[in-house]
Design a protein around this ligand. Structure first.
Ligand code: KIV
Length: 271
């Protein structure tokens, strides 16, 4: 439970304070108004409108197909449901790699049209120019290193990253760089716990891990995984708090049965 529940609005500065005070940062994805309201009311620090919407909302195999317009739609729905959390939105694939002007324009659209508080980009040195250009407009940027799902066709698999020394060294250097150029936080996805802890202790900005062990400054999960709406996805790092797939299926199945049997509606459920 957060010891800072009384905070009216989480900002990028609050996250930095959490790191200094040793309070862990909680982060979870949301893609729509109703779920964002619940997650915010539960005391979440950061709500990520992840491009994982491409998987869990639209049914795509990867995060690559989702468009900027679709991300803005999801993000604006989430922002309307949030009072306290910091809302961070993924810049989708194809809107910042190799084109810093498009990156800035896309980030501005997310801030202006969705009312988001920050954007997240995947990658290190190779996207430095895009990050720096976005930062010049006063838009806070969250970095994302390790397993970066927008590069899935380069990696070929979703297995743990940076197990080899060379890749671990590159990740460490990228983390230093993102800290130095002004990112306010950094997601570390699916890397060895020891490396994630080393990065977290070596940089000044908060790290938020997913499948990166307990040594990061915070944790993030995909809400559909935590709630058990997705079923097949069962990585070791995932803790399921509910089995909503079965709960919803059973409730809906009961409704079907009640309609068929004429049990619903009864006398008290009509005018
Ligand atoms: O899109 C997403 O949900 C993410 C998290 C897994 C960090 O980037």
């Amino acid at each position: 439970m957060s010891v800072h529940k009384e905070i009216k609005r989480i900002t990028t500065n609050t996250l930095m304070e959490f790191k200094h005070e040793g309070e862990k940062i909680s982060m979870l994805t949301a893609y729509d108004y109703s779920m964002a309201r619940i997650i915010d009311a539960a005391g979440m620090d950061v709500i990520l409108v992840g491009d994982s919407a491409s998987n869990v909302m639209a049914g795509h195999e990867t995060t690559l197909p989702i468009t900027l317009e679709q991300m803005i739609y999801h993000a604006s729905s989430v922002v309307r449901g949030v009072k306290r959390a910091l809302v961070v939105v993924d810049l989708p694939f194809g809107y910042y790699q190799g084109n810093s002007r498009l990156a800035l324009e896309s980030a501005i659209r997310i801030m202006k049209e969705a009312g988001a508080h920050a954007v997240k980009l995947e990658g290190g040195a190779e996207i430095r120019e895009s990050i720096e250009r976005i930062l010049t407009a006063g838009i806070p940027v969250m970095g994302h290193l390790g397993l970066t799902p927008q590069s899935i066709y380069k990696f070929g698999t979703y297995t743990v990253r940076a197990k080899e020394e060379a890749e671990a060294q590159k990740l460490l250097e990228d983390a230093y760089l993102l800290d130095k150029i002004g990112c306010f936080a950094l997601v570390l996805e699916k890397i060895p716990a020891a490396l994630a802890e080393k990065v977290s202790k070596s940089i000044t900005i908060p790290t938020i891990g997913i499948g990166a062990g307990g040594g990061t400054d915070g944790q993030v999960l995909v809400s559909h995984d935590l709630l058990g709406i997705t079923q097949e996805f069962r990585p070791r790092f995932l803790r399921r708090y509910l089995n909503l797939f079965d709960d919803i299926k059973n409730a809906v199945g009961q409704y079907v049965q009640d309609v068929k049997s004429r049990d619903f509606p009864n006398e008290n459920e009509q005018y």
